[in-house]
Design a protein around this ligand. Sequence first.
Ligand code: UDP
Length: 424
Amino acid sequence: MFSLGQKRIALISVHGDPAVEIGKEEAGGQNVYVRNVGEALACQGWQVDMFTRRANAEQPAIVEHSSNCRTIRLTAGPQEFVPRDEIFDYAPEFVQALLNFQQQLNYQYPLVHTNYWISSWVGMELKKRQPRLKQVHTYHSLGAVKYKSVPTIPMIARTRLAVEKNVLETADRIVATSPQEKEHMRSLVSSQGQIDVIPCGTDIRRFGSIDRSEARQILGIAPDTKVVLYVGRFDPRKGIETAVRAFGQSALQDQANMLLIIGGGSRPGQSDGLERERIEEIVQELDLQDITRFPGRLGDQDLPIYYAAADVCVVPSHYEPFGLVAIEAMACQTPVIASDVGGLQFTVLHEQTGLLVPPKDDAAFALAIDRVLLNEPWRDQLGQTARQRVETQFSWNGVASQLSNLYSQLLEEKAVKKELAQVS
Ligand code: UDP
């Protein structure tokens, strides 16, 4: 058995800072995942150090989230925003900075949980220097899936695909967040390596803390207005265009209705801004500007109110390994109309907690939106089943317990091996 002192572990998220204020920065599911998993693991007795790259000289180097959980920002490359595809250039510096940190601490982490392919490389490099180190990896996105759907393949693609194959075959355990993601790893990356399915989670107290009528009062939305909601980054792969065009085609156009598009449009020069402009143009083209609102990026104080106020939440992504937005909406008893792809096929139960429709199919989304909006009792029933599903399957505490068991199992294996080596 390992002692309590050995329960200090590292979560590595080179890009995707777990300490950023999620409503303010260009951040997505990975930031939310690492932060919440880290905090929940700390509540379950682990000492959690979460490592990320410092992307701004004004950011503090260390952020304490609780007595057992902190974010440590390492200097690797310029202390400024670097596009994701260029961060890998600084990964060797990141490894060195982490080794230096360990030296100062006079401690070697027995286990690292790496997030996204850049961090997986960091983990594999650490393992070369510390062969007994255990590595758990979560992809968050698979290059092999992503590159099938983008018009131009970036220079970094070959490196990324090779790293993703290597980590699948060598990590002590891969965590797929949905059975669909696991299937993609097997069919597109490698048949070797050990994969466990442990989903993402959500804060089931925060999401679901308010009901529809109260939420609408706060937001000043009339009870009879039909509200369609999108939440997420402004990225063409998120399919916001499909949501807008479907909303434009909905049979409910002559009734009071509203499309809320939340997220994006943060700092100039970031990809978010371009997509937001494109979406705004489509809204104008379809003459929907009077009934479409862009509240911008919101934090988790406000998000539960918007989710609860909506009649449906649309998740029109072209692909999604998991898709946190779907379970956040479900936790707020709002049915989800999602693309029939990836992790959304796992979280959204068709005809039970929402509807699954072919991605990029405006007409199918429009039809699905109408079906739910025109049948309030069914909408409520879908919402209730959705909430139950999230409570039983997708709470952060439940997710962290599963990860905690996995880490313990890996560390115990390590301790047993060490004992056997001493005996022989
Ligand atoms: N999000 C947020 N504020 C916004 C828009 C999004 O906090 O204005 C959060 C959202 O609540 C979710 C995450 O960003 O937790 C997006 O995660 P998801 O897995 O849906 O997509 P990803 O960004 O990872 O592709």
